[in-house]
Design a protein around this ligand. Structure first.
Ligand code: MG
Length: 309
C-alpha cells in the first residue's frame, strides 16, 4: 500500500475554459472576430462543458473584447456547452440578453484596492451592483457564475485575509449564484493557502459550487490544483495555451494552461470529457492568429515530440 493515496479525489472534474475572455483580454494583440469565433468553435469541439466566450463590458474599456455581440452571434453553440459572458453591470446584462446569452458571470475581488482600481467600485458597491445583476439574470432563467479575485494575494495590498474571501464569497452565495470561482489573480498561492481557503469556504457553501482559478506565475498552479482536489473541489478554470499572461508582472505567466491541467488530470485518471488534442488544435490556431507560441508546457512538449517523430 502506498503512503500517498489519491483514491479520495473527485472522479470527475469540470474545466471552465478562460482563453477567449480572460486570456484574450490580457493579450496585447487584438484578434479579429473571425479568429475568435474559430478559436471558440475549436474549443467547443474539444469536449469542454463551459467556455467563457466574451465580456459585455463597455467597448472602450477593453478594446480586445469590443465585439461581444458579433462573437456570440457567430459561434456555433453546441448542445451541452455553457457559453459564459462577463456582465459587469445592468447595461452589460441587457446586451448579453439581447445577444442570446444564457449564462453570465460577475467579477469582484477580496481586496479593496484591487476592486477600486479594477472596476472602480468598493467591494460593497460591487456587491450591491451584482445583487441586482444576479437577481435579474436569475429571473430570466440564466445560469450565473461569480468571480472572487485576489483571494490569495493582492498586487497592491499583499496578503489577503481568509475572512475577507469568505465574506465576499458568502455574499455572492446568498445572491443565489450557481458557481463561485476563487481566483489567485497574481499567482502567489501555495497548497497550504488553498487548503485554508477551500476549508473556510466549505463551511459556508456546498463544495459542488466552488471553482478555483489558479495562475502559474510562480509555478505553483498544478500543485494548487492537487491541494484543491484533496479538498474535493472539482471545478477548475484554465486557459488554452496559457493565454493571457499576468497583467501585474508583465512577461510572466498568468492563467494555468488548459493543456497542462488536462495532462495532469488525464494522468491521474480523473475524467474531464475534454480532449487534449482538441485543446491543442485550438491553441495552435490561436497562436497563429496572435503570432506567439503558447506558453503551455504540455503544449510545447507535445509539439516538440511531434516534430521529432
Ligand atoms: Mg485569470
Amino acid at each position: 500500500m502506498s503512503a500517498l493515496s489519491l483514491t479520495e479525489l473527485p472522479a470527475r472534474v469540470k474545466i471552465v475554459e478562460m482563453g477567449p475572455r480572460d486570456g484574450l483580454q490580457n493579450e496585447a494583440a487584438v484578434v479579429k472576430t473571425a479568429d475568435k469565433v474559430r478559436f471558440i468553435d475549436l474549443l467547443s469541439a474539444s469536449g469542454l462543458a463551459a467556455i467563457e466566450a466574451t465580456s459585455f463590458v463597455r467597448p472602450s474599456a477593453i478594446p480586445q473584447l469590443d465585439d461581444a455581440e458579433a462573437v456570440m452571434a457567430a459561434i456555433e453553440r453546441r448542445p451541452g456547452v455553457t457559453y459564459l459572458a462577463l456582465t459587469p453591470n445592468m447595461r452589460g446584462l441587457d446586451r448579453a440578453r439581447s445577444a442570446g446569452v444564457r449564462a453570465v458571470a460577475v467579477f469582484t475581488a477580496a481586496s479593496e484596492s484591487f476592486t477600486k482600481r479594477n472596476i472602480n467600485m468598493t467591494i460593497a458597491e460591487s456587491l450591491a451592483t451584482f445583487a441586482t445583476v444576479v437577481r435579474d439574470a436569475r429571473r430570466d432563467g440564466m445560469w450565473v457564475r461569480a468571480y472572487v479575485s485576489t483571494a490569495f494575494g493582492c498586487p497592491y495590498e499583499g496578503a489577503v485575509e481568509v475572512d475577507a474571501v469568505v465574506r465576499v464569497a458568502s455574499a455572492l452565495a446568498e445572491f443565489g449564484v450557481d458557481e463561485i470561482s476563487i481566483g489567485d489573480t497574481i499567482g502567489v498561492a501555495t497548497p497550504r493557502g488553498v487548503v485554508e481557503v477551500a476549508g473556510a469556504l466549505q463551511a459556508h457553501m456546498p463544495v459542488e459550487r466552488l471553482a478555483m482559478h489558479f495562475h502559474d506565475t510562480r509555478g505553483t498552479a498544478l500543485a494548487n490544483v492537487v491541494a484543491a482536489l484533496q479538498m474535493q473541489i472539482s471545478i477548475f478554470d484554465s486557459s488554452a495555451g496559457g493565454l493571457g499572461g499576468c497583467p501585474y508582472a508583465p512577461g510572466a505567466t498568468g492563467n494555468l494552461a488548459t493543456e497542462d491541467l488536462l495532462y495532469m488530470l488525464d494522468g491521474m485518471g480523473i475524467e474531464t470529457g475534454v480532449s487534449l488534442e482538441g485543446i491543442r488544435a485550438a491553441s495552435r490556431y490561436l497562436s497563429g492568429a496572435i503570432g506567439r507560441e503558447p506558453v503551455s508546457r504540455a503544449y510545447r512538449a507535445l509539439e516538440a515530440a511531434a516534430a521529432r517523430a
